[in-house]
Design a protein around this ligand. Structure first.
Ligand code: ADP
Length: 192
């Protein structure tokens, strides 16, 4: 199964993706993780991305697409993948469809985890204390949430219009949300 996970920062995409990876036995591909690894490794791409990421902005579409193509052609996605953190704007959504059409691996479903903004702010503040991520400062968090509303929310419509969207309530325990996803992905039993 080829699945895209959509949701605001703090909506639990990363947590659910890690579980889905076990459940579906397909790789979890997080563009945030790929970028953070590039920053840690000090690659030219990482050096370019670092400041933008710390401010909570979006790394250029071109850089992220190149990195993603490299990852998607690594040879381990024959049974599918879980994409987390991409696409984040309409240009990326279109670029992804084009890339995956070329690879004969179109997206089957986009799962949106819906979480209220107030709750997101609380979760990200909590995570900031525990993990100390450079982009969990209050200013960067504000910026990330704003970008989500302005640039990423239209991506939800993109998948809805092409009949590939599953919209889910992302509020609840990790287990509850996971169950909702698994149920939504299960094939609908034949009635009659
Ligand atoms: P979150 O969704 O919690 O904000 P991520 O780990 O998905 O965290 O992403 C962290 C940062 O990495 C983003 O704020 C952005 O700077 C960069 N990034 C990740 N994915 C993309 C993408 N598809 N396009 C542009 N920038 C991205």
């Amino acid at each position: 199964m080829r699945l895209v996970l959509l949701g605001a920062p703090g909506s639990g995409k990363g947590t659910q993706a890690a579980r889905l990876r076990e459940h579906l036995q397909v790789p979890h591909i997080s563009t945030g993780d790929l970028l953070r690894a590039a920053v840690r490794a000090g690659t030219p791409l990482g050096l370019q991305a670092k400041a933008v990421m710390e401010s909570g902005g979006l790394v250029s579409d071109e850089i992220v697409l190149g990195m993603l193509e490299e990852r998607l052609t690594a040879g381990d996605t024959g049974n599918g993948f879980i994409l987390d953190g991409y696409p984040r704007n309409l240009a990326q959504a279109n670029a992804l469809d084009t890339l995956l059409a070329r690879l004969h691996q179109p997206v089957d479903v986009a799962v949106q985890l819906d979480v209220d903004t107030e709750l997101l702010i609380g979760r990200l503040a909590g995570r900031a204390q525990v993990e100390g991520r450079a982009d969990d400062t209050p200013e960067a968090v504000r910026n990330r949430l704003k970008i989500y509303d302005e640039a990423t929310a239209p991506v939800v419509e993109f998948y809805r219009q092409s009949g590939r969207l599953v919209h889910l309530d992302g509020v609840g325990t990790m287990d509850e949300v996971f169950q909702r996803i698994v149920e939504a992905l299960a094939p609908t039993p034949d009635v009659g």
